[in-house]
Design a protein around this ligand. Structure first.
Ligand SMILES: [Zn+2]
Length: 255
């Protein structure tokens, strides 16, 4: 079995030196128990797991095992579906405002880590009449029957996605990547058309869910903002949602 390796260099600012340890159990006493070690970059304040699996192994995990670890039979339950639709609403409401205010075009939308497809489903059916093209990027095989059921086309890996898109959504996925900056800058941003938008939601570092098992990073508004900027995007909005448990951030790709 592949063993995780210890992270000695910050994946955001490349700082290489002493890191501070974060005592997660003390932060959430009586509510949360973890034996995972977390660290904080002394240079940019990025909060990250002390040990991570190699990139390919980490990605393979999402093809099947991730859902197995979440639920006994691996298939989403009613509450997972409810949460997916609840999360989608503030994201789409924000995009809708931006469409009115800044006259952005929302005719095509790609969702990376689309899960059950709730965001694309709502986007098409409730928010944006002009949408004529959607695509879900979703590794978990257990999600595919749900995407089929609501008629959302999908690919299993982002390398299979083609064309350029007005809006890219990445909801609660960036914190799962071993190298989130590389992934966003090199794999996600090239699929966004000039002037198009990337909308990212991640758990906020003050929430227990930020430190759940598959998460490799616990972002603050500053560190996720820095990540989008370093990926070449102009940050339009960076705000807390869901009772401050999540960060919603949008970046625009320059021409
Ligand atoms: Zn750093």
């Amino acid at each position: 079995m592949t063993q995780p390796d210890q992270i000695t260099q910050c994946h955001l600012c490349n700082y290489h030196g002493e890191m501070d340890e974060l005592d997660v159990s003390a932060m959430f006493k009586f509510r949360f128990v973890t034996n995972q070690k977390w660290k904080v970059c002394r240079s940019c304040d990025l909060v990250f797991r002390d040990e991570m699996l190699p990139e390919e192994v980490n990605e393979e995990y999402y093809e099947y095992q991730y859902r197995e670890d979440l639920r006994p039979d691996g298939f989403p339950e009613a509450n997972d579906i409810r949460i997916a639709y609840v999360r989608a609403q503030p994201q789409l409401a924000f995009l809708s405002n931006l469409q009115d205010k800044d006259k952005i075009t929302v005719e095509s939308m790609i969702d990376v880590g689309a899960g059950l497809g709730a965001t694309l489903h709502y986007a098409k059916s409730r928010y944006f009449e002009g949408i004529n093209r959607v695509l879900a990027v979703e590794k978990s095989q257990q999600s595919w029957p749900f995407l089929d059921f609501i008629g959302i086309p999908y690919v299993s890996d982002i390398s299979e996605a083609e064309g350029q898109w007005d809006v890219m959504i990445a909801s609660h996925v960036v914190e799962h990547f071993r190298n989130p900056l590389d992934y966003v800058r090199d794999k996600m941003v090239p699929l966004i058309r000039p002037n198009g938008l990337l909308l990212v939601e991640v758990p906020n570092h003050t929430s227990t869910s930020a430190f759940s098992a598959a998460h490799l990073y616990a972002f603050k508004q500053e560190t996720i903002g820095q990540l989008l900027t370093m990926a070449g995007l102009h940050v339009l909005m960076n705000t807390l949602v869901n009772n401050n448990k999540s960060i919603l951030i949008a970046g625009r790709k320059g021409k």
